[in-house]
Design a protein around this ligand. Structure first.
Ligand SMILES: [Zn+2]
Ligand SMILES: [Zn+2]
Length: 106
């Protein structure tokens, strides 16, 4: 059964839909609290799954800088540009082994 959550901020009023009960979620737009309501299929929703934040640890292959980054599924990428040295490859720690292998081929 799907539930919808409405943002309590009247000027925002975002509707989030989810198929599981979620505790302690906030509006992704204005961070206001949201209230659960019975699901209404005729209203426009934002899927909770598409705004859910994931945490991924990244490490720079050049300067060894590490950081944990919050991102949605859509924003995820295996490699970014290192925010510390602005030059190195900033790689998802779970994928880093394959990058190190590629680099040591020659
Ligand atoms: Zn809001
Ligand atoms: Zn770096």
């Amino acid at each position: 059964m799907r539930t919808q959550y409405r943002c309590m901020e009247k000027t925002c009023g975002i509707l989030i839909s989810t198929n599981k009960e979620k505790d302690g979620i906030n509006c992704p737009k204005c961070k206001a609290p949201v209230m659960p309501e019975p699901y209404d299929p005729n209203e426009e929703h934002i899927s909770y799954e598409s705004i859910k934040k994931y945490m991924t640890g990244y490490k720079c292959l050049k300067c060894n800088y590490t950081e944990v980054i919050n991102h949605t599924k859509k924003e995820y990428s295996e490699v970014k540009v290192c925010p510390n040295c602005r030059d190195g490859a900033f790689v998802d720690k779970w994928k880093i082994l394959s990058y190190i292998k590629e680099r040591s081929v020659c």
